[in-house]
Each structure stands twice: as C-alpha cells, then as structure tokens.
Write a protein that binds this ligand. Sequence first.
Ligand code: BGC
Length: 857
Amino acid sequence: MTASILRAGLLALLVGTLAMASAAEAHDARVASLLEQMTLDEKISMLHANEKFYAGGVERLGIPRILMSDGPHGVRGDVVPHSWESANRPEDSCTYLPVGTVLASTWNPELGTRFGQTLGAEARARGKDVILGPGINVIRTPINGRNFEYMSEDPHLIASMAVPVIRGIQENDIAACVKHYLANNQELDRFHVSVDMPDRAMREIYLPGFKAALLEGESHTLMCAYNRFRGVPCSQSPILGKQILRDEWGSDAVFITDWHIHGIETVAAAMNGLDIEMGSPLPYSSYAFADSLRAAVREGTVPERVIDEKVTRILGMMFETKMLGDESRSTGAFNTPEHQQAALDIAREGIILLKNDGLLPIPLETLKRVVVIGPNADAKHSLGGGSSQVPALYEITPLEGLRQALPEGCELQYFRGVTEQPRGRVTPMPASALISADPGSGVPAWRGEYYPNLEFEGKPVVRYDSTVDFDLGDRGGLTGIERTNFSVRWTGTISVPVSGNYTFRLGSDDGTRLYVDGERVIDHWWDHAYEVREASLQLTAGDRHELVIEYYQAGGDGAVQLGWILPERPDRGPGSEQTEMMNAVRRADAVFYFGGLDKSHDRESADRTSMTLPYGQDELIAELLEVRPDTVIGMVAGSVIEMPWLGDARALLWMGYAGMEGGTAAAEIIGGKVNPSGKLPYTMPKRLEDTPAHSIGEYASGEVYYNEGVFVGYRWAQEHGIEPNFAFGHGLSYTTFKISSLRSPGRVRAGEACRVEAFVTNTGDRAGSEVVQLYLSDIEASVERPKYELKGFVKVYLEPGETRAISFELNERDFAFWDESANRWHVEPGEFEVTLGTSSVDLHLTSTLVVVGSNSR
Ligand code: BGC
C-alpha cells in the first residue's frame, strides 16, 4: 500500500468518525434541548399510555405520540381506541409471516433479516413507531400457550435468530420491542406467578437472548413480562431493571410494561429502570406512571433526574427512528411481492421433515385420486392466539397448497375426519348435566356468589343459577350488584354419562377462571372483550367432578357462559361420512392427513393442560395408518404433542404455523420441488413427564422455582438419558451429507477466541441445505455442566457432490459457566470436546480442545 493511499484511507476514517461524532452530538443536543423545554407534566405524559397502543406526545413541542403495535409475525389489525375491540379495517390485511418457532426452525439468520425487514416495512407503512416483537422467551414446557410465538429452548439459537430480526425491523426507522423480560415461560397464572431460578440458569439460559437482542441487535425497546421475578413484578425488579439492564449491560433501551402489570408500584418501578407504562384499565391518569408518579416527584421520593433519564431514553429512541420531524423517515411498504416471497422462503426452510422412510417426496403430478383428511387441512390460523393475531391478506392452507400442486383432472376429496368445533359464542352447558341443586327447590343448579367488587371480598349475594349464562343486565333480584365492578363465583357438581375427552368452553368479557376438581384448567383472568377459552379433560363415566367458575366484570359490557363439547362419537354407520371417507381412503393414490392444534390451544393467557392431540385425532390417525400405512402426516401446531401412532407413520412433516404461504411450501416439500432443511429448535419429548418442569413438579401457579437449573430441553434429556420422539436440531433432507476433516486448534488460552473448521459434502443426488451444528462439552469441570451445548451452527446449500469449507468461531463466553459463588463468568482450564453434528444426537465428528489457564469476568 502506498503512503498516499494510506493517508487517504486514514482521512476517510477520520471524516467518518467525525461525522458519526457530530451526528451523535446533534442527537444529544436535540434531545437535551427538548427536555429542557418540557414541564414536569409534559415529561410525565411521555411515560404512560394515553390510548390502547399510544403513549406520550407533546404537541406544543412537536413531539408526536408513540404508536405501538403487535406483534411478532405480522402487524396486528387496529383496535378501537381505549379498547381491545378490533376496528375491523379491511385495509389492515397484511403479510402473515411464519411464527417465531418456524423462523427459528430455519436456522438461517439471513431469513431472520428478511423476516425483520418485512415486519418493519409493513409496520411503518401502517404508521407504527414500535413493533412489539420479537418474543424470545425460552421454551421450558411443551404446554406453554405462547411457545409458538417464541423461538427455541436454546439460548444460542435464540440469540442468533433474534439479532437479525431486530436489525431487519429497525432498518425501517421503527423500533423493535423484544419481549418478555424475563421468564414468561408459562401462561398459567401469568399475572401473578413468581418465578425464581438459580443465578446460573438465569445467566446461561434465560438472559443471553435478551442481552444479545439489546447489545448486538440494539433493540430500541424492551417489554417486561407479566409474571413476577423473585417475588417482585418484572416491571420493578431491581435485579432485572436496575442491576442487569441498566448498570451491567449499560442499555438505554426504552423499557416498556406489558399491557397492564398487576401490582406495579410507582416508586419501585421508577427507580428500577422502567420507562413507559402501557395498559388496559381506565382512566390513564390512574396509572402508576401518571398522577402518582407526578406526586412522587413533587414529594421527592422520585428525583426529577430519574424522570429526565427516562424522557431522554424515549426521545433518544424517537430520534433514532426519525420520529422527530425527520423527513427522510421510511414510509415502509405493504403487501409487496417481496414480502410474500419472504413468507414463502421462510416457510420452505422452516417446515421440518421429522420422519421419512422413503415415502416422500411423492410425484404429485402423477396422481389421479387424492384424499386429504384432518381438521387443519383447511383451517386458517392467522387470526387467533391472542395479541399475535394477524389479519392475513390471504392464507394458503395445506389443502389449497396441494390443490395448486396437483395436476389438472386429479380428483381431490377432503374430509375433516373429526367433528367441527363450534366457534364464536358459547352455548351454555344444560342444567341436566348438574347433580348439584338449589337447596330450596331441589332443581339442578349452580350456587352463584355475587360480590359487589372485583376481589370476591365481603359478604356475597347468593343466587342459584340453572346455567352459567350471564349477560349484561341479567342481575334480576341482585340488590347491591352494579352493572360493572363485580365478581361472581359459581360452584357446581357434574357427573358424566360416558368416559372420554370433554372440552370445556368458557366465553367471557372480562376475566374468567375454571377449576375442575381444584385444578385451574382455564385462566383468562384479565380485561378483554368477549373471548372463548377451552380446556380438554379426560373424564370417567360415573365420577363426580367439582367445577368452580370465577368471573369479574371491570367495565363495559359483561357476559360469561360455560359450555362443553361431549366426547367425539363419529357416526360410522352405512352411508355415514366416516364410511365414505374410509372407502375413499382405500381407493386413493395418495392420502394426506393434516391435523395438530389450533389457536384455541396455542394461545396467549392459558397453557394447554396436556400434550394430547385434541378432537379424537389420535384414534383417527391410528385408524388411517392401519388402512393406509402410506398416509402422509402433516402437523400444524405451535408446540409439542404426544404421538402414540408415530411407530406406524412413514412420513411426518412438522409445519408449525407457517404463515400465509405455509400450504404452498408444504406441497412443494411433499412433491419434492423443495428439499426440506428445517431443524427442530426444541426437543420433542414423548411425554410431559420427560421434561424438567413437569417431572420435578416445578410448573404451578403461585410460585415456581426452576430447580432443573441449566438443564432445559435437550440438556435435560441428555443428562437423564431420556430418548425423545425427536431431538433438538433434528430434521431430514431428501439428500445426504457428510461432514469431514474437523480441525480445531488443539489448545486455546482461556479468554481467547479460536476457530474450528471442517468440510461438508452433499453425498446424495439432490441439491439441498444442511445445518451443521457445533456442540461443546466441558470434560473437566468443577460444576455440573450439560453434556453438549450448542455454540455454533452453519447452514450450507450444496449441489449434489459439492463440498464446502465451513468454519465456526468460539469465543471466551462459549467456554465459560456462571460461577455463582464469585458472581461472574469463569473459564476453567482443561479438556473440552468440540463435536459437529446434524442434530443434538446425530453427532459426526469430535475433536479435543485443551483450554490453558483460567479466566474470570
Ligand atoms: C401481551 C403482549 C402484547 C400486549 C399488547 C399483552 O397481553 O402479553 O405480548 O404485546 O398485550 O397487545
């Protein structure tokens, strides 16, 4: 390099640095000047909601309100101001991306970027300033209702996928909001449950995703979880907010509450780093961060300096996203072909081929007679699940995807196979189901205790009701109970005539809970418009069951209904649809079953009660496999299910909720147009008891202690020698790969990084992608460490016969564990093993690496 080129390079660097410095100075000066002009009232007004999804705004100074929107996999439809009620705007229909778990199944960070870019652009086009996602909580139990929104059970995979999503979103001059900080690993009792865990688990498993999202992804905002952490609401936890987020990580991300935190306290939340309070109850002036915060400043319990820090962070975020009058702000893009292509590409790589004994791919173009069965073949899922609902512009179901891929003239028959589930309002369970009675008349009835407050406090007004079917105005004879602000507890006893799977349906506006024999099976305890929740339970004929329904009405219209669906009894007689279906199955060239769960199971605010498939699907699948062992099974579900028929299935495709193009991608994989490359981002245990939370009994309401420590997911399965149905990282291809020539440096000094290299070859006859996974094992450790931990992965696309070099960087933190006694990361000297595999159990090559010396920080 000549001296003049060097000089020119240095000059350019200097000019670049100066430009950055002056931009940062301009930013700081602008923020400082705005802050200086604000009155205390104006500052406080920046710190709380003033509409369901709006906060802040000072018109006098040209500071706009901040408009937030769900959610993680598409822009939610607008709601009516001050309410959860949908505004039903057809123009909101937008791109529906595959959900978090499906994105994570791609193990492809580039798709993470495209996912983020799409979401960010669409949110901007709808005028939003903050998009409430990605959701990155660790998948700890298979029955968590929100697993589908999240990504994985592994912190490395979560961090690797969340960072590009956030960067992609924020390229569009909009803030991402990573959520829910911390430990929203169950929906059961989500508003109150207090989660505790060993520090090591917190540092090694639960925090890394958030740290990466904030420090590498530079997420402008962060949302707290509803639950408590060590007894304190996450919104005001000194450990999570002040100590870790602000002091240790030095993050100036705007810290926002989830919508209505229970038990929030003004001073504690203000002093521990929270910036904005969002919520549900009205009026907004009653919020902890409204009048009460102003009073705290006036009284001197919260210094005004603390308020200034919050407003500075918020204005900083507004400045970064060009909200403060910058005309170059992106206006986004909506429903573009590129966005739909992104949805399709993510689905193509996110759908996982779990099992295949040579049945797939099927040359669809040769088929003449096809039968498709199952409740998810023709079902759309975009609009369910709670806050992550997306008003999809369109949604290609598996049936539609196949229809498009089959040749003209092919006869395609569809049977649902299981009874259609009722939607909308609930038909109340008849009084004839009850054996409890009104003691006065002896007529079957529920005992209803009506309280004139939300907390079941004081002496109730008692009334015997023949059904739990209450609508606004239905308070005949109930003196002392107003139209709003009351609670009711109904108790009753039922006895069922036949044994089987019963689905209880509870519809309400606002909160409801259902207990069966003392166990809470529906927990929908929050303010909402009329919504239905379900719980399926196995009940035995003749047994008595005690039911308790709790309900509160906090404002607006009130309604509650308890209904039920009796066990499935499909009619199998001559001429019945079931008989016609089985005849068609016998005659068909190919049979496809698409079942799984739906958004009444994978949803916010309640967990599933078991891993069993609903609607009698297990029996139906077993019957189909008996008649047609070559039935291809596709599962649409957000989290793990039991698969009692797995041994008989020849081909199993795991689709997750694969977005608006999910059906197209599934058909492409079935037909072989696309070679599958998705890998499981979570373990698929055989039974609930094979997972830590359930086997050690640390899944509950009230309080949970994550006693399994760092042994979550595959770390637990390996530690206890449990064989899952499918292991973390598993996913098949139509071609084969070979990993060779693993090279590691042999020795590495503690605290330093090193590189591991290998080759991967496509040894089959189809082009395809493989995800090579690097697992690290600490052989000589002074603490108990998981056998294998994912520390790197590379996804490579290879033509048949092609070989490529791959490399992984291992850094200091990859070797470290959290030393609880010293409260810091520690790398110990000794032997480690580096293993490359194509799943956490298909391990191909291993090499020993000796760490020399030790390192703590
Ligand atoms: C959810 C959040 C969501 C918020 C706003 C809450 O109920 O937990 O994830 O972003 O509502 O809709």
